[in-house]
Write a protein that binds this ligand. Sequence first.
Ligand code: ATP
Length: 133
Amino acid sequence: MAEKLKLDIVTPYGHVFTDEVDEVVASGTEGEFGVLPEHVPFLTTLKIGMLTYRKGSQTGYFFISGGYSEVGPDSVTILADSAERSDTIDVQRAIEAKKRAEERLKQAEKFDQARATSSLERAITRIHVAEKK
Ligand code: ATP
């Protein structure tokens, strides 16, 4: 029986993380899901959210800006549009992105509102994940 899960987080910008962990919790478009070793394989889409993993007594947190997750019996592979570990998030940049998105949401005639809404969600989630260290 597999005792660990191999967690890989990959983005178009590069390989962000790889390690053997005990548990992963991620934000699927159908809701949050948890994975332990020996999980039934499945594929799902991810929404903007936080991914948490546990390795022994350590917990790690990532911002994930949506993408795909492939779960195997002893692996979790995340293919994300972008992903940052909580301690690498530039909070000031996220605050600026939040302000920019809020301004754009006030000018519906000039800016694509769906795009501004997802920018705002990314910024708010990054600020939230950055607090988890
Ligand atoms: P911004 O408007 O600040 O660029 P964004 O949400 O449009 O934010 P993304 O398209 O999700 O940015 O990401 C583009 C690249 O910049 C990715 O490599 C992502 O990891 C990185 N990135 C974006 N915002 C931050 C941040 N606050 N801290 C660290 N890296 C970031």
